[in-house]
Write a protein that binds this ligand. Structure first.
Ligand code: NAP
Ligand code: GDD
Length: 383
């Protein structure tokens, strides 16, 4: 019999990669998606199967993390071997605007899943993965952060996830459930939402080198993140649920980089050198030089002539409205436990991740269709 997995947040970055990974492993994958007025399944459309087909291995259910009865009904119908609870309002800055909803979906939502499994008598059958986060470390109490590092959350998002973390531990200890937390550090990919910093940067840089946009406005350029590739991180989720004993694991690369350096790295993928001057909100990034052979290969020779004329121009500015009321300045994870116990380690370097995202976004921006379909939406959005 094929194993059955239920993924909440299947339409998100991680949900999409995980669904594909589990289907390749022979699982039947059920996913919960929210009703929206526009299609929200872009990331999983390649996995979609018509409901009239027999023996489907991917099945979608309408649902919401704020609706207990709906979640209980779906879990009761599906009786999954594994639940991956990935659904969340996952944007830290937006959580300051929607704190109550974030607490409900990200905090109490996790309780709803655990309690449904318990009430349905599935505690011995169903294993649960909770998408915990390095944001729990917030105002970091130790560098690098590991499983034993005390938490100090710095946003409504992180506080909601703190509840979710501990209620998962509590249900494990109280009811003997196979419930585990993956404390995942930031992970990115070409599927990353457009308002998270790496994707905002790779999209904007692609558009700037193609001559479609003059500059991009950013928030705090000095914060540091430990970035890995989502394709590696969803494998850790799977491995956590294959262990005989439930436990909590840090999943990270162990390398931390500033936003500023990620911007430089992204331009470098197009053969462009960018430097920064000024401080705080007066800081700007400007075009220094071009390696024309790299530019011609990665961007296209036809874009070179006009781009050359822009050398010296400012392409990155700072807009303080993107600053967060309380910031997480540095995240860097110690993944020794995951390496030793799960045999997990990242296969992508930051350079490889940036390359993957930049090549994807340059190709995406070049697509005429993409432009016609609103893809040129202003990048200097709220987040
Ligand atoms: P994402 O791309 O923002 O995806 C979030 C998913 O949750 C989407 O499918 C979204 O649906 C769904 N969702 C949001 N609110 C919901 C609700 N009320 N009911 C049902 N579904 C809801 O996030 P991700 O990057 O894949 O991250 C997956 C999980 O890992 C999240 O819980 C996130 O907080 C956590 N995490 C992420 C990272 C990271 O660096 N990516 C690191 C640590 C932890 P729509 O598509 O309809 O919006
Ligand atoms: N989004 C965004 N937009 N962030 C910016 C910008 C900008 O224009 N400019 C600077 N930053 C800084 C933020 O202030 C933060 O310090 C850093 O870039 C990373 O921001 P995000 O990419 O939005 O991610 P995050 O670290 O806040 O949260 C992500 O990672 C968490 C794991 O640590 C999300 O995926 C969370 O869901 C996840 O839990």
């Amino acid at each position: 019999m094929a194993k059955v997995a239920l993924i909440t947040g299947i339409t998100g970055q991680d949900g999409a990669y995980l669904a594909e990974y589990l289907i390749k492993k022979g699982y039947t994958v059920h996913g919960i998606k929210r009703r929206s007025s526009l299609f929200n399944t872009d990331r999983i459309d390649h996995l979609y199967q018509d409901p009239h087909e027999h023996n489907r291995n991917m099945i979608l259910h309408y649902g919401d993390m704020t609706d207990s009865m709906n979640l209980t009904r779906i879990i009761g119908d599906v009786k999954p071997d594994e639940i991956y609870n990935l659904a969340a309002m996952s944007h830290v800055k937006v959580s300051f605007d929607t704190p109550e909803y974030t607490a409900n979906a990200d905090g109490i939502g996790t309780l709803r899943i655990l309690e449904a499994v318990r009430l349905l008598g599935l505690t011995k059958k169903t294993r649960i993965y909770q998408a915990s986060t390095s944001e729990l470390y917030g105002l970091v109490q130790e560098i690098p952060q590991k499983e034993t590092t005390p938490f100090y959350p710095r946003s409504p998002y992180a506080v909601a996830k703190l509840y979710a973390y501990w209620i998962t531990v509590n249900y494990r200890e109280a009811y003997g459930m196979h419930a585990s937390n993956g404390i995942l550090f930031n992970h990115e990919s070409p599927l990353r939402g457009e308002t998270f910093v790496t994707r905002k940067v790779t999209r904007a840089v692609s558009r700037i080198v193609l001559g479609m946009q003059d500059m991009v406005y950013m928030g705090n350029l000095s914060s540091k993140r430990d970035w890995g590739h989502a394709k590696d991180y969803i494998k850790a989720m799977y491995l956590i649920l294959q262990q005989d004993t439930p436990d909590d694991y840090v999943i990270s690369t162990g390398i931390t980089t500033t936003i500023r350096d990620f911007i430089k790295m992204s331009f470098a993928k197009a053969g462009v050198v960018v430097d920064f001057k000024g401080v705080d909100e007066k800081e700007v990034g400007f075009l220094v030089s071009i390696d024309e052979s790299v530019f011609a290969k990665e961007v296209g020779i036809e874009y070179l002539e006009s781009f050359r004329k822009r050398l010296g121009e400012t392409v990155v500015g700072v807009d303080p409205s993107y600053f967060r009321p309380t910031e997480v300045d540095i995240l860097i994870g110690d993944n020794s436990k995951a390496k030793a116990k799960l045999g997990w380690e990242p296969s992508y370097s930051l350079d490889g991740l940036c390359e993957d995202m930049m090549m994807h976004d340059i190709a995406l921006m070049k697509k005429e269709d993409y432009l016609k379909n609103g893809g040129y939406r202003i990048l200097n959005y709220f987040e």
